[in-house]
Structure formats: structure tokens, C-alpha cells
Design a binder for this molecule. Structure first.
Ligand SMILES: Cc1cc2nc3c(=O)[nH]c(=O)nc-3n(C[C@H](O)[C@H](O)[C@H](O)COP(=O)(O)OP(=O)(O)OC[C@H]3O[C@@H](n4cnc5c(N)ncnc54)[C@H](O)[C@@H]3O)c2cc1C
Length: 397
């Protein structure tokens, strides 16, 4: 039987085979909420680590969010460990507030994020370590904490005739607010919170809107408390433990009935239609022949985990997902995925960061058993709601 993949420092590798590569115990890919919280814990534990982020400035994916997504409209941005966000003006764009907060955080805790540095691939090395290829050279690492988010992988479903549409296709990823939708006829596709939020803004200026979703929305009376959060997290956790892709956030959280949403339902703006059958050059057509001429189709259809750089490791299983045990890839204890599945929220990312960093610390101290001994089991599981009553999954996007 070959030695387990995750045993670092497998003796017998020819000396010098890593020539030219910088050696470090842990690499963290991504400096969003998840990567920073891992970095904080790694720093506290005095571990030898390096952090990469290919975005130009601090803020993780928040730096790219549309300016009309103000802090007040975001669901909740959890404090990073060790430094509260405080009480910034809720009217400010969340992208600015979070970027400033992360910037201050990195400086306060001496987190030296190498940026903009792209991680293009992670491969196996013959001695059991991982080779991390970056735009500033190669590294040999024992453990990888991957926190690369979802923002860079917008999901576009395929519908017949999409390519024939003469109007504009737009994904939430490129949405910059309602300017530009004035007097337009707009179809918003998607039943998540991002679609609802965009629809509410666009309907105020557009000539006409239609809202289409695959499944009828499940409206949830707020507040989104501990019990709902626990149930949602358990459903995602159950999926990723079985190796299935995590699925959409809204499919486990439902949609919050805020006062604004209730008003929009009463006014007819949030009148949900089933998915159209096809896209035509001038708009969309439903199965019964009803047509709507459109200038823009906004695809608020979510994101997928941005993991292309991990492809050489072959982590995906036949279910299309990666079998997870807490933050750890079940089949490869060298690799932790943060922000994947149940930890895809700011609170979940915090806990996952801490949990992964501690597991890595244990594994470095006990290289043979430490990586696999259920480091993420028991008291450090990142998925369960905190004592504060906060929940790890937020009803958004
Ligand atoms: C529209 C929208 C609204 C949301 N609102 C909320 C909310 O209100 N509350 C909440 O809790 N959650 C919200 N979320 C979920 C939110 O994305 C997460 O909670 C959290 O911010 C994600 O943090 P992260 O660290 O996992 O990833 P990200 O913030 O996406 O950070 C990933 C980082 O990795 C870097 N990166 C990626 N690939 C590479 C690579 N190959 N090499 C180098 N660097 C790389 C990126 O540059 C990025 O900085 C929202 C999500 C969306 C899409």
C-alpha cells in the first residue's frame, strides 16, 4: 500500500528535488474573510505560513460588489477575530467599508498578504508535499488552506436561444446598480437574495420588469435566527459530506420577508414567474407561448466555488463535489477548503479559518496522525451556530 498522501516530509525523496522552490509549512490562498481569519490564527500559533491574493487590494470579494449594496443592505458582515468592524455608516457601500476594515486588519495583525499574486496550480510533490505555482514563483508546502471564494466563478445556466438575444445579458457579477436600466425592459432570473435586491432597485427606474425563478420562492418570516441557521447549515454539511456540490444558498435558507420585500410583493414587483422556455432575439418566451420583449436579461444565478487551481489534485468525486470532513478534504488531509459549503458566510468563514489553522497546527506537531484524527470533529466544527445566536449561513445571494 502506498503511504497516505497527506504525510508530510516522506523520507526518501532525492535531496535537491525542490531546488528553486521556496519552502514553507502552510500556504493560504485568498485573503477574504476566510483567509484572514485563518491567517490570524496561524500568526497567533506562530506557524510558518504565506498568504496569496490575486486581487489588487484588501477586501476579498467585497471589493467588487456593486456600489448600491450598502452596508445596511448587506445581511450581516461578521467581525473578524480580534478586531470588531465597529459601527460604520450603513449608507456607505459595503465594498468600501469591508476593504478598509480588511486593510486595517492586515496591518494590525502583521498579515503579510502577497498581492497581487495569482495561484495558478497546486500539484503533488513526490515527497508528499504540495507544489504551489504562483505568479511570483513556486513554493513547496506541507498544508494548503484554500479560501479562494466563489466570486470569480459566476454561474450561467444554459437556455435555448441565449446566443440569439439582441439585447444585453448581464450576470450579478457585473451588475453595478440600477443606473443604466432607466426605461428598459428587464428580465431578472434567479430566486436568491441578490436577484431580489437587484429587482427591487431596477423596478424603480425600468419601464417594465419580469422576475423568473426555477423554483417557487420559499418566503421566510424573519428574523433568521439560530434554529433556521442550524437547519440550513446541517443541510449543506450533509451534502458536502456526501461529496455533492454545496447547492445554492437560497435553497437552504429561503428568502427573508423584510418590510421592503412585503411592500414589493403587494405592489406586484415581486410577482414570480416560472422559468421561460427559451430566449429569442427580442426577449423570452414561456412554454404556453407568452412572450416578453426585453432589453436586458439579468442572470442573478449565483456562483460556484472557484477552485480551478486545485484541479491537478483531482479532489472532485463522482458526485461532482468534494467529499469534506469539516474544513478538511476527506481524501487529502493536507488540504482545507474554507468558504466552501457550510462555511460560505462571513461567520462561517471565521470559524472555518480558526478550525483549519488549529488542525494544521496539530498536524504539524503530529505529522502522521494529526492530519486525520478528526481535527475538525467535536468542539471545533465550524458549521454550528455560535453561542452568540449568530448563524453561519446568511440568507443572501
Ligand atoms: C452578492 C453577495 C452578497 C453577500 N452578502 C453576504 C452578507 O451580507 N453576509 C455574509 O456573511 N456573507 C455574504 N456573502 C457571502 C460572502 O461571499 C462570504 O460570506 C464571504 O465574504 C466570503 O469570504 P471568503 O473569504 O470565503 O471569499 P472571498 O471574499 O471571495 O475571498 C476570496 C479571495 O481569494 C482570492 N483568490 C481567488 N482565487 C485566487 C487564486 N487562484 N490566487 C490568488 N488569490 C485568489 C480573491 O482575490 C479573493 O480576494 C455574499 C455573497 C455574495 C455573492
Amino acid at each position: 500500500m502506498s503511504p497516505p498522501k497527506g504525510v508530510p516530509g516522506n523520507p526518501g525523496a532525492p535531496f535537491g528535488v525542490f531546488g528553486g522552490m521556496r519552502e514553507v509549512d502552510v500556504a493560504v490562498v485568498g485573503a477574504g474573510q476566510a483567509g484572514l481569519s485563518a491567517g490570524y490564527q496561524l500568526r497567533r500559533d506562530g506557524l510558518d505560513f504565506v498568504m496569496f491574493d490575486h486581487s489588487p487590494r484588501p477586501g476579498g470579494a467585497w471589493q467588487y460588489r456593486w456600489p448600491t449594496l450598502t452596508l445596511g443592505k448587506a445581511h450581516r458582515i461578521a467581525d473578524l477575530p480580534g478586531m470588531p468592524l465597529g459601527t460604520p455608516d450603513p449608507a456607505r457601500p459595503a465594498s468600501d467599508v469591508v476593504s478598509e476594515y480588511f486593510d486595517k486588519y492586515e496591518r494590525e495583525f502583521g498579515l503579510d498578504v502577497r498581492r497581487p499574486v495569482d495561484v495558478s496550480s497546486v500539484r503533488n510533490l513526490p515527497d508528499g508535499r504540495l507544489q504551489v505555482a504562483t505568479s511570483e514563483g513556486e513554493y513547496a508546502v506541507r498544508y494548503l488552506i484554500n479560501a479562494s471564494g466563489t466570486w470569480e466563478k459566476p454561474f450561467w445556466p444554459r437556455y435555448a436561444g441565449m446566443e440569439t438575444f439582441r439585447g444585453r445579458h448581464l450576470h450579478t457579477h457585473d451588475y453595478r446598480g440600477p443606473d443604466g436600466f432607466a426605461r428598459k425592459r428587464v428580465v431578472v432570473v434567479g430566486g436568491g437574495a441578490s436577484g431580489v435586491q437587484a429587482l427591487l432597485e431596477i423596478a424603480e427606474v425600468a419601464a417594465e420588469t419580469r422576475w423568473v425563478t426555477r423554483r417557487a420562492p420559499e418566503w421566510v418570516e424573519g428574523p433568521f435566527g439560530e434554529e433556521l441557521g442550524r437547519a440550513a447549515v446541517a443541510r449543506v454539511d450533509e451534502r458536502v459530506r456526501r461529496g455533492l456540490p454545496p447547492g445554492s444558498v437560497v435553497s437552504v435558507t429561503g428568502l427573508m420577508l423584510t418590510d421592503e420585500v412585503k411592500a414589493a410583493r403587494a405592489s406586484g414587483v415581486l410577482h414570480r414567474l416560472p422559468m421561460f422556455e427559451r430566449v429569442t432575439p427580442s426577449g423570452v418566451v414561456w412554454a404556453d407561448g407568452t412572450a416578453f420583449d426585453a432589453d436586458v436579461i439579468l442572470w442573478a444565478t449565483g456562483f460556484r466555488a472557484s477552485l480551478a487551481h486545485l484541479a491537478p489534485l483531482g479532489l472532485r468525486g463522482p458526485g461532482g463535489g468534494i467529499v469534506m470532513d469539516g474544513t478538511q478534504v476527506a481524501d487529502d488531509p493536507r488540504v482545507h477548503l474554507l468558504g466552501y459549503g457550510p462555511s460560505a458566510s462571513t461567520i462561517g468563514a471565521n470559524r472555518a479559518g480558526r478550525s483549519a489553522a488549529r488542525a494544521v497546527r496539530r498536524a504539524l506537531r503530529d505529522p502522521v496522525g494529526g492530519g486525520r484524527t478528526g481535527a475538525n470533529r467535536g468542539e471545533e466544527r465550524p458549521e454550528t451556530p455560535g453561542r452568540s445566536g449568530r448563524t453561519e449561513i446568511f440568507p443572501a445571494a
